[in-house]
Design a protein around this ligand. Structure first.
Ligand SMILES: Nc1ncnc2c1ncn2[C@@H]1O[C@H](COP(=O)(O)OP(=O)(O)O)[C@@H](O)[C@H]1O
Ligand SMILES: [Mg+2]
Length: 331
């Protein structure tokens, strides 16, 4: 099966709020598909819909020409929401294991939920502890594990029934640098072993590093979906000047494009913007222009274009939400 997930016009509301607004995408066998977006964008809701934990809503009445389709591992989830559960694994964004049980006991218990027989359970638990590199702490209580160890055990638990499709909901959020690296290594290892992975993250660099294809989700809507290399193509080799500054006046974009009609401007936040490096743009003249416009300039630096620039360009959102997370840095 080449297309492991096929989604068309998926909607989900919580009361008045639409958390997911008619999204469509396909996930191919064997890829790491990244679902990238700020907090509250609808990532977890999408995972819940794709794993049968939540039911999609009907397409709103004003869109009668659209209909919902939801196939996961070849199963029509609209008809058989529970039938996929033995085919996929889910690592939720919060810990889902028993604090009082050891790592080993947790895995044995998890395996029993999937109807695996006792002797096989124990073998499987040992094998998985080895895969996620937790053999040494196998007999320790889960409660005593660090966050990174907890996340690795949660990944092991999701793999107990050997699913071909794994959902990872922000697997490195809240982890320190070393723990996040080891989780990313584990993800790469699972991918190399042939597992299809649906990964949500709000770390742009993480998505760029791990995923073959990416979808940007903002406020329940999907922007462009493409391979990382295609997404980066328009900015490849481009250089930007990043300007850190005081508040921008309301019509800044208009004024800027009057003065610099050929220079592309990305406004990325209230106190920050980027312009593409071009021969027409001299830094002293730019600073002078900004100061005449009443903008206090704090810093101007040159940088290579990255996925963040693509994100801002495609979604058109001020990357403040993403940026706030970024300020803490990629673990
Ligand atoms: N159980 C719920 N009840 C009410 N609102 C919810 C619930 N779950 C999510 N939401 C809302 O739906 C939107 C999307 O949430 P979520 O899917 O958790 O986003 P993400 O995982 O991208 O941070 C948010 O506005 C959130 O507040
Ligand atoms: Mg979430």
């Amino acid at each position: 099966m080449d297309r492991v997930i096929v989604v068309r016009n998926l909607w989900k509301h919580y009361g008045e709020t639409a958390a997911v607004k008619g999204i469509s995408f396909t996930v191919h066998a064997g890829e790491i598909f990244g679902f990238l977006g700020p907090n509250g964008a609808g990532k977890t809701t999408t995972i819940n819909l794709l794993t049968g934990l939540a039911r999609p809503d009907p397409v709103p009445a004003e869109r009668p020409e659209e209909s919902t389709e939801l196939f996961v591992c070849g199963i029509n989830l609209l008809k058989h929401p529970r039938a996929v559960q033995h085919l996929l694994g889910v690592v939720p964004d919060e810990n889902n294991l028993y604090p009082e049980l050891s790592g080993y006991e947790n895995l044995c218990f998890w395996a029993s939920l999937y109807g695996i027989r006792k002797k096989e359970r124990q073998e499987r638990a040992r094998e998985l502890l080895n895969t996620v590199n937790l053999t040494e702490v196998a007999r320790e209580k889960f409660a005593n594990y660090s966050r990174g160890l907890k996340r690795r055990l949660a990944i092991a638990a999701a793999l107990v029934h050997r699913p071909g499709l794994l959902f990872l909901d922000e697997p490195t959020t809240g982890l320190d640098v070393a723990a996040a690296r080891s989780v990313r290594r584990l993800i790469t290892q699972l991918h190399q072993a042939g597992t299809t992975i649906f990964l949500t993250t709000h770390y742009l660099e993480e998505a760029e590093r791990l995923c073959q294809r990416l979808a940007f989700i903002v406020s329940g809507r999907l922007g462009r979906i493409d391979t990382v290399s295609h997404l980066l193509e328009p900015v490849q080799g481009k250089q930007f000047l990043e300007v850190l500054c005081g508040p921008l006046p309301p019509h800044f974009q208009e004024v800027f494009s009057r003065v610099y009609p050929e220079v592309s401007l990305l406004v990325a936040g209230p106190g920050r913007f980027q312009v593409e490096v071009s021969p027409r743009l001299k830094v002293p003249a730019l600073v002078q222009f900004l100061e005449t416009e009443g903008v206090e300039v704090l810093e101007v630096k040159r940088k290579q274009a990255s996925l963040e620039d693509v994100f801002v360009e495609i979604t058109g959102i001020e990357a403040a939400a993403i940026k706030q997370e970024k300020a803490k840095g990629l673990p």
